[in-house]
Design a protein around this ligand. Structure first.
Ligand code: PLP
Length: 448
């Protein structure tokens, strides 16, 4: 980096510390990293160090940083028309909706655009409540659905607990997670069957005719990338249909190629009633999210007003970025590349790390969507950081990755391997090699 860039970075840091209020943080206890520049799978920090971005920021830069086709599309749209109100028609929005409808499963052909994932979840639940005339919502523990009032209440992680001011009609259940099974299951088939039985019992005990929606990440992301066992999502679909509950698949993180298919629910060949998306839809170059809506739910609002909206719904800059992103992903076969990264690089590479390092309890994932679960003891599975917080051991591991040039995504006792879908095989292997070195430090805290 040039002297000017370094100086600009220093000034940005000073102003940030003086004026910027950061998400999910104790403001004076953080030392945020300056990012001055980024390209593809790489970022440069305030000191000019180059780091491999194994986080895709918040698992959103699925096409990497500064993709030239998307940057050009945003510039072109900015020159043409920066913004219009949602009630008007706009070419970028119409084309983005067409492309998304084409990619989403089944008859999810109508697209309501939001500014991000939480709003998508909020609106999906609102649609489900109006469609069913019911109020309660089912969602899983170990899930994340967004930071707004309702979305955080649906969320099943400690961020909900910190924001709970009474019940908003949400009921939480345990989704399958064999490594930490709530059902004393010994294999995936047992975990699947018992998780479905538990879900059905929960529905019955909480009032089978009370539920508007079940909100479920097709593959839970931030909570730990627990790929559901075969049959689970089909089972949820059947229960939703049986009890007249709207099935909302939250694909905000798992969608748009992350799992090696366009949507994670495609692995199960299941069609939800509503599908929420954000992040990868345009790699977050301009904020965008939305809900893909089935024809049946669309019909509810065909002659009846949908009471909801946003000033920036279907913003032209965001939609132009989505059109260019989807086209680039198709032209450059990024989803196929993500799938082969999973089978050829991350699957075998992480299995090797698990075999080698005492601190690794389990690795799991698919495509470019992997979790490394760190433990103090492989037999007891005691996590390297307690649920809901960090630990000096995890902080040491993260620092070791960064000092060696790898920017990881970390949550509690896990490191997630979630790079851009178009990362080169060589860069993917470089990242795994750094993780390998850093894990040696974590091993020192693990008991035999
Ligand atoms: N749903 C899921 C599955 C997510 O992973 C996230 C964000 O990480 C959200 C919803 C919320 O999205 P946003 O932060 O864009 O509001």
């Amino acid at each position: 980096l040039s002297a000017e860039e370094l100086e600009a970075g220093r000034r940005a840091y000073q102003l940030d510390r003086r004026h910027v209020f950061h998400s999910w943080s104790a403001q004076e206890l953080i030392t945020p990293m300056v990012i001055t520049r980024a390209e593809g799978s790489w970022v440069w920090d305030g000191e000019g160090n180059k780091l491999l971005d194994f986080s895709s920021q918040l698992v959103n830069t699925n096409i990497g940083h500064q993709h030239p086709k998307v940057v050009a599309a945003i510039q072109e749209q900015a020159g043409l028309l920066c913004t219009v109100a949602p009630q008007h028609v706009n070419a970028a929005r119409s084309e983005a909706a067409r492309l998304i409808a084409e990619l989403t499963p089944g008859d999810l052909n109508r697209i309501f655009f939001t500014n991000g994932g939480a709003e998508a979840v909020e609106h999906a639940v609102r649609m489900a409540r109006l469609h069913t005339g019911r109020y309660k919502v089912l969602s899983a523990y170990r899930s994340y659905h967004g930071g707004t009032a309702l979305a955080v209440n649906i969320t099943g992680d400690p961020r909900r607990v910190a924001n709970d001011y009474g019940n908003a009609g949400t009921v939480h259940f345990h989704a399958p997670f064999l490594y930490r099974s709530q059902f004393h299951a010994e294999n995936e088939a047992q975990e699947c069957q018992r998780a479905l039985e538990h879900l059905e019992t929960t529905i019955q005990l909480e009032g089978a005719d009370r539920f508007a929606a079940i909100v479920l990440e097709s593959i839970p992301g931030t909570a730990g990338i627990m790929v559901p066992p075969p049959g689970y999502l089909q089972g949820v679909r059947e229960l939703a249909t049986k009890y007249g509950i709207v099935f909302i698949a939250d694909e905000v993180m798992a969608g748009f190629g992350r799992s090696g298919k366009w949507f994670a629910i495609d692995h199960a060949e299941v069609v939800p009633d509503l599908l929420t998306f954000a992040k990868g839809v345009n790699s977050g170059y301009v904020p965008l999210g939305g809900v893909a809506i089935s024809e049946e739910i669309f019909a509810t609002f065909a002659k009846r007003v949908y009471p909801g909206g946003l000033t920036y719904s279907g913003h032209p800059l965001a939609c132009a970025a989505a059109v260019a992103t989807i086209n680039a992903m198709r032209e450059e076969q990024m989803v196929e590349h993500a799938a082969s990264l999973g089978t050829d690089v991350f699957g075998p590479g992480l299995a090797e790390l698990a075999a080698k390092h005492e601190s690794v309890g389990e690795v799991r994932g698919v495509g470019a969507f992997w979790a490394v679960e760190l433990v103090k003891n492989r037999a007891t599975r005691e996590p390297l950081a307690p649920y809901g917080s960090s630990s000096p051991e995890m902080n040491e591991l993260i620092a070791a990755c960064k000092s060696r040039g790898l920017l990881p995504f970390a949550n509690f006792n896990r490191i997630h391997v979630v790079p851009p879908l178009n990362i080169s095989v060589q860069d993917a292997r470089t990242g795994l090699a750094i993780l390998d070195e850093a894990l040696t430090l974590a091993d020192a805290h693990a008991e035999d």
